[in-house]
Design a binder for this molecule. Structure first.
Ligand code: NCD
Ligand code: ZN
Length: 462
């Protein structure tokens, strides 16, 4: 049994024996905070399930932990639709424990753990394990993503229905890391997903166009002698899948949009009424392929860092709502898999603990998003896209007590070894970034405060 369950049982006892106001058990009082960064400072009182009160001079009683919210912004807890936690299989790079810690420190109250583990999450045994382990750790809701095809091999549909019906209630399926390339398989997956009420998330990469590719196809890769990944490899699949979704009457979600053309295609598809959604990663909002000059493997990622014009288009697309949300594509890799020659380095970079700061740097500071906009792209839209009704909810009395407290003015310097992940492959090493998560609260329980994780009692988190 997890600590949070124990806490809830204790709170339940209080409810049963207490009287009147005492019967509610407040856990956390945040004083003088700007809700969504707007209006006048107010107090927010969180119970073990719900937001109990928003107003001035709230009285929490002696049980509650008080957090100073002055100068800080309160948002709904973040939801990440794209996280690689590497358990089972590569626990030398990340585990559900360490990844959950990174998520809590990054302000997340729910993450979606991608299926490219070993064994692949193509069966209910694996997806239920991921969910259960996440609940035991108790720092963030770890929703398993199921594979679309058996072994991510693209040949045969996985048992999506069984995974959706399991304890882990899989809501999203993806072969991420691989594209569901065969259009017939993709069409069947979309048809099946719409009858199950689940979502297919596509890693859009036309594999014949990217064979051997390690970097964005452009002048930089040409000069550095790196094999190029053309924009068309992504865009052709985005266009194809929009059309397949239209015909199937199914929703499709585009993982890690990286080109200006993808933004245009998603915009076009939405204008046709096609139920398409898309995410963008923090690294594609900040970094471009000039990073490759050093041949440092830390900058290798799929899809690759593009050109400045793509970065600008992605920012605009996110600001305008063409791109729906930010997803980290947190992808831990071992030192030995990153330090080698650029072309040999594994693609992927850490993202959970730095996502908010990159969004502040690329979207808030330039005036492209206000804090309500940040709540939309990091909490509300991702929760809506996967149909989570307990996350990304408005900060109102009676809504779930899943929140993140942000210091918009704090600056911090990123040091890979200080991050909670087992692996250290952050592309922001030694960079000073704006905006810091002060506290994360999941169902009224503080999971991270002032840069320290608060393990649930008995969770076994190290
Ligand atoms: N993004 C990456 O470069 N790598 C991801 C897979 C993926 O998201 O495509 C990984 O699992 O390492
Ligand atoms: Zn991917």
């Amino acid at each position: 049994m997890t600590g949070s369950h124990v806490d809830r049982a204790a709170a339940q006892d209080t409810k049963n024996t207490g009287t009147g106001e005492d019967s509610v058990s407040p856990q956390v009082l945040i004083r003088n905070v700007l809700v969504y960064g707007e209006g006048a400072p107010t107090d927010v009182l969180l119970g073990d399930e719900q937001i109990l009160g928003i107003g001035t001079d709230l009285d929490a009683g002696s049980d509650a932990e008080v957090i100073d919210g002055a100068g800080r912004v309160l948002l709904p807890g973040f939801v990440d639709l794209h996280t690689h936690l590497r358990e089972p299989g590569r626990e030398d790079t990340e585990t559900i424990d360490t990844g959950s810690a990174a998520a809590a420190l990054g302000g997340y109250t729910a993450v979606f753990a991608m299926a490219n583990t070993d064994p692949v999450a193509d069966s209910v045994v694996v997806t239920d394990h991921v969910w259960r382990r996440g609940q035991e750790v108790g720092l963030v809701d770890v929703h398993p993503v199921g594979a679309v095809t058996v072994g991510l091999a693209g040949k045969q549909l996985a048992e999506m229905g069984t995974m959706a019906a399991g304890v882990g209630r899989v809501r999203m399926f993806s072969d991420d890391g691989h594209c569901v390339y065969d259009p017939l398989i993709m069409r069947r997956a979309l048809e099946y997903s719409s009858s199950l009420g689940v979502l297919i998330a596509q890693h859009a990469e036309e594999p014949r166009l990217t064979a051997g590719a390690v970097a964005h196809e452009g002048p930089t890769a040409a000069r550095l002698g790196l094999a190029g990944w053309p924009r068309a490899a992504e865009e052709s699949i985005v266009a194809r899948d929009a059309l397949l979704a239209r015909d199937a009457g199914a929703r499709v979600h585009i993982c890690h949009a990286s080109t200006a053309g993808t933004v245009e295609l998603v915009k076009w598809a939405k204008a046709q009424g096609i139920p398409i959604t898309a995410e963008v990663t923090p690294h594609h909002l900040l970094l471009d392929d000039s990073r490759l000059e050093t041949y440092d493997g830390v900058n290798r990622v799929n899809p690759p860092l593009r050109e400045r014009s793509d970065v600008e288009a992605l920012r605009r697309g996110l600001a305008e709502g063409v791109l729906d949300c930010v997803a980290t594509d947190h992808a831990p890799h071992a030192e030995q898999d990153k330090c080698c020659e650029f072309s040999q380095a594994r693609p992927g970079m850490l993202g959970l603990e730095t996502a908010l700061s990159i969004v502040v740097e690329t979207m808030v500071r330039p005036g492209l998003l206000d804090w309500r906009g940040v709540a939309k792209v990091m909490s509300e839209r991702p929760a809506e896209i996967v149909g989570l009704d307990d996350q990304g909810r408005p900060l109102e009395v009676g809504e779930p007590a899943n929140v993140v407290l942000v210091d918009p003015d704090a600056e911090w310097t990123v040091r890979g070894p200080e991050l909670a992940s087992v692996a250290h492959n952050t592309p922001y090493e030694a960079m000073t970034l704006p905006g810091k998560v002060v506290a994360t609260v999941l169902r009224g329980r503080i999971t991270a405060l002032d840069g320290t994780v608060r393990p649930a009692t008995g969770s076994g988190v190290r």
